[in-house]
Design a binder for this molecule. Structure first.
Ligand code: PLP
Length: 437
């Protein structure tokens, strides 16, 4: 059975003629029969080219915090577009946005960029400039974007052999075309392993510029940090003069208005935001301590780009954050997400499928065939095949989480109680049918 209806299939086939594999981002490729062509989104729904409606829990990989085509955001963007979209100067909207981000998150200064990739790439360079050191620690299964330094041991590193042993992990490249020696700068470690982290830092701190990490595993089923893990990262960074870069591209403006810094009560040196910041418009930010941010000195340090701070992204971000500050967005999402998580757990328990619901209601994960996972290797030991079967069957019936359960379920403010009930009812049918097979 294919996910594509007749019109979707025909459009997809046409796409493959001039777009490699018919997609502009490889993460959107579900194979020749199941890659969709979507024509419209509104609120919590998307429609494919055959008019099939899905309740959308992918939300463009997380940015849609309010809803697709959210009127208040669209209006602000339309007004901005009519006044010119990009100038080679600072605009009042950028000033307003920087003030807002600082107020909501506690960072002292901000620079904008367009994507999460750019934000983490620049943050890493800032850390190197600040410390005069070149290597960085990252955690297995954490994803930070599409540039060479970050493309090691990510959530796409399916081959356990490539990761090396748990005691001595090695950087596993996830793309061809990367210069081999880049891996000399990358120190991969398992998430949540305090002993390994402390041991590695004690041995190599003089070379380590940064720890670049996701506060919870937003690219691996929302695995949470152990209680002491983030505090250990904080204290080790302070002790050894390492820059703590918390990648909040997925958690920022989603798990709390102040993101993971607020939720986990930990303050990083640099923080990166994207996704929910603009409710689907391309806008991102690097924030942090004044002393580090001021390394971005014109003529000395490279940080910028033609489209950074463009009026479209800035208007979208100002509109989105305005709503987050003035309406109970996160509280509403939390409540509906919790209902969903509890309901799914109950259904899986009833049919006797071992499982765990992980993460937080605005972006939660579901693992099958195990009752816990603390890191990427733990996740790879769960029943990925059965999880995918459930995910695909949900998609067949109009509920769209990612079929690959390393991607969390994302919720938006437009999702209603009725949508949650519909999802649970279909989830119940799917799980019973899959179990029967
Ligand atoms: C935690 C994290 N950092 C960075 C990125 C890269 O962001 P972008 O796709 O906007 O370049 C992603 C993308 O999913 C992400 O999840």
């Amino acid at each position: 059975m294919s996910l594509q209806g007749e019109k979707t299939g025909a459009l997809y086939k046409r796409a493959t003629e001039h777009i490699p594999y018919g997609v502009n981002s490889n993460f959107r490729y579900w194979g020749p029969d199941d890659t969709l062509v979507v024509t419209r989104g509104e609120g919590a729904y998307i429609w494919d080219a055959d008019g099939k409606r899905y309740i959308d829990y992918r939300l463009g990989f997380g940015p849609i915090i309010l809803g697709h085509g959210y009127p208040a955001v669209v209006e602000r963007v339309q007004q901005a577009a009519a006044n010119g979209t990009v100038f080679a100067w600072t605009t009042p909207g950028e000033v307003e946005l920087a003030e807002r981000i600082c107020r909501m998150t506690g960072v002292e200064m901000v620079r904008l960029s367009n994507t999460g990739t750019e934000a983490t790439m620049h943050a890493l360079r800032l850390a190197r400039a600040y410390t005069g050191r070149e290597k960085f620690i990252k955690f297995e299964g954490h994803y930070h974007g599409m540039y060479d330094y970050a493309l090691y041991s990510t959530a796409s590193s399916n081959n356990k052999k490539m990761l090396g042993s748990q005691r001595h992990p090695r950087p596993a490249p996830v793309s061809s075309g990367m210069p081999r020696r880049i891996d000399e700068y990358v120190i991969p470690l398992p998430f949540n392993d305090i002993e390994r982290l402390e041991e590695t830092i004690a041995a190599h701190w003089e070379d380590i510029a940064a720890i670049l990490f996701e506060p919870m595993m937003g690219n691996v089923a929302s695995i949470m940090p152990d209680k002491k893990f983030l505090k250990t990262i904080r204290s080790q960074c302070s002790k050894y003069g390492i820059v703590m870069i918390m990648d909040e591209v997925k958690t920022g403006f989603r798990i709390a208005n102040g993101g993971a810094q607020e939720y986990f009560k930990v303050q990083a040196d640099l923080v990166t935001y994207a996704k929910a910041l603009g409710n689907g418009f391309p806008v991102a930010a690097i924030g942090g301590k004044r002393e580090i941010m001021m390394m971005a000195e014109p003529g000395v340090f490279a940080l910028g780009g033609t489209y950074v701070g463009n009026a479209i992204g800035v208007a979208a971000a100002n509109a989105t954050l305005d709503i987050l500050e003035n309406e109970p967005v996160i509280a509403t999402i939390n409540q509906r997400g919790q209902t969903l998580m509890d309901g799914m757990a109950e259904i899986l328990t009833r049919v006797d499928i071992p499982h765990a619901m992980l993460g937080l209601p605005p972006m939660f994960g579901m693992i099958i065939g195990a009752t816990d996972a603390a890191d990427f290797r733990g996740f790879l030991n769960t029943d990925l095949r059965l999880a995918e079967e459930i995910g695909m069957e949900l998609n067949m019936r109009g509920i769209q989480p990612d079929a690959d359960n390393r991607e969390p379920w994302f919720l938006c403010y437009s999702l209603s109680d009725a949508d949650v009930n519909e999802t649970l009812s279909i989830f119940n049918d799917v799980v019973i049918d899959v179990k029967r097979r």
